[in-house]
Design a protein around this ligand. Structure first.
Ligand SMILES: [Zn+2]
Length: 501
């Protein structure tokens, strides 16, 4: 053979070899891409879909905490009505209104509320303290000149040393407005927006001050909501600066009416708004979430699920309607400044609003009564919403903290190991793993795993389910669920740096 001919044959041979190898590779890929369960019977597949994992659903409801049942029954609609009528009697509670008139304006409302919370604190055996958190609000969009604002903050200190620094905040705003947010003279009764939320918070403080909780509860009522969430922003910012561990915040805003402008009468539903993607998510966290999901599993969303479970357990006449968004279209609330600072927070609101009764000058026009008047409030309904709040707050403050630093150790496997930090409460009993199909709205399954810091879900891939962990104490009080985050990817030579296709 001539050298060129030999070269050509060698080239042909290596081409055939390469083509053969490519075919081989394709066949292997296609075979291995067949679903593993393809060989299983279709009945087995159907069974797996019905019952993800091999564990049965948790039997019915968790044990009742008798203290929470008592608190719920002690909430009194008559007290709520009295508070609302008193707040309305101040004529206006616009944040820019008179601060010194004892009978009319926001100053009168502030001083009356402060005295009422002090009366509640008198029943607490010294555990509740009441503070006027006053600050000067600089000029802002709806604040034409620097104005003093005062949050009324009643703190019921937790009695367990390991939990007393864990704080739950419940809030309503005591300011009001008529059609114009900067009109400080018009009548602005604000019977629903937001005397209803303020009255609910005061009633919870009055009832709950007598009871002891492991963790701390703050009952708060703030001004400046209609001026741009100013009181709540100040509180949240101060909390952030002092590294206060606020584990949850509830705002109650427009919880007054069971009759909507759409004619629907529904005294058995309260909406709980929770955001899915955290307001303070970092670009790194966003990248991870886009890769593996979790847009339905923020701490606020876990909080909403907790409120639904506990609220409906203790207030059986009420349905907690979880709304999977931060707030209504074009609207905001005092939970936002907390969300923006990384705290879990939700908003409680009536199910159907009536816009003729919100942010309107009191008037009759074309035979229609406009304005936020007490005659449109349903005091029994507000009491029920307060009961849902109180049950959830009491359950949170009685339970251990939600588990911290919950992660999936990195690695590819069909078993799912989960690990977390140990809780420090002395009455901790252990932990539960919860899970659900990725398209389920709420947790469907749970398994008690004992007092351990790591557990492996055998035969269940983290690719196929959402998992979470919650802590349980010896009396059966459960924390909200913590959704695991992906452990930072350690550089490894046996794994690709980018996710494999
Ligand atoms: Zn409001």
């Amino acid at each position: 053979m001539r050298p060129t001919q030999a070269k050509r044959i060698r080239r042909l041979a290596s081409f055939i070899m390469a083509a053969f190898l490519l075919c081989e590779l394709l066949i292997v890929t296609v075979v291995s891409a067949q679903p593993k369960f393809a060989s299983k019977s279709s009945a087995a597949v159907a069974q797996q879909k019905r019952d993800p994992g091999r564990f049965p659903m948790r039997p019915a409801k968790p044990a009742r905490n008798p203290q929470i049942s008592k608190i719920v029954t002690e909430i009194d609609p008559k007290n709520i009505e009295r508070t609302i009528r008193k707040l309305v009697s101040f004529g206006t509670r616009n944040t820019l209104s008179d601060q010194n008139d004892p009978n009319r304006g926001i100053g009168a409302a502030r001083d009356w509320l402060y005295a009422e919370f002090q009366q509640a604190a008198a029943q607490s055996g010294g555990r509740m303290t009441v503070e006027k958190q006053t600050f000067e609000q600089p000029k802002a969009a709806r604040v034409p000149q620097p104005t003093m604002l005062t949050n009324i903050v009643a703190t019921l200190k937790g009695t367990q040393a390991e939990s007393a620094n864990r704080v739950y905040v419940v809030s309503g705003h005591y300011d009001s407005m008529c059609s114009s947010p900067s009109d400080a003279k018009c009548d602005a009764p604000g019977a629903n927006d937001d005397a209803s939320g303020t009255a609910a918070v005061l009633e919870m403080a009055r009832v709950m001050a007598k009871y002891q909780f492991d963790a701390t509860i703050v009952f708060m009522t703030v001004p400046g909501e209609e001026q741009g969430l100013l009181g709540a922003t100040h509180f949240a910012e101060e909390a952030k600066k002092s590294n206060t561990d606020i584990e949850a915040m509830f705002t109650n805003d427009i919880i007054g009416s069971s009759l909507g402008g759409n004619g629907l009468h529904d005294p058995h539903t309260v909406r709980v708004f929770s955001e899915g993607v955290p307001s303070n998510e970092t670009p790194q966290e966003a990248m991870t979430r886009r890769s593996v999901g979790g847009e339905n599993d923020s701490t606020s969303r876990q909080l909403a699920r907790f409120i639904k479970e506990v609220g409906e357990q203790y207030v059986t006449s009420m349905k907690v309607w979880m709304i999977y968004r931060r707030d209504r279209y074009g609207r905001g609330g005092d939970h936002q400044p907390f969300l923006e600072r990384g705290y879990a927070a939700v908003r409680f609101t009536e199910p159907n609003e009536n816009y003729q009764h919100q942010h309107q000058n009191v008037r009759i026009q074309d035979g229609i009564q406009y304005g936020d008047l007490p005659q449109f409030d349903d005091f029994n309904y507000i009491a029920d919403v307060a009961r849902v709040n109180a049950a959830a707050l009491a359950a949170l403050a009685s339970a251990p903290a939600r588990p911290k630093n919950v992660t999936f150790p990195s690695g590819l496997a069909n078993d799912t190991p989960i690990k977390w930090d140990a809780n420090k409460e002395p009455d901790l009993a252990g932990y539960e793993i919860v899970w659900r199909d990725t398209t389920e709205a709420t947790w469907t399954h749970s398994q008690s795993v004992g007092n351990v810091q790591t557990f492996t879900m055998k035969g269940m891939s983290k690719d196929n389910f959402f998992f979470g962990v919650r802590a349980v104490d010896k009396e059966g009080n459960r924390s909200p669920v913590t959704y695991p985050r992906q452990a930072p990817r350690a550089p490894r030579t046996d794994q690709p740096a980018q996710p494999s296709p």
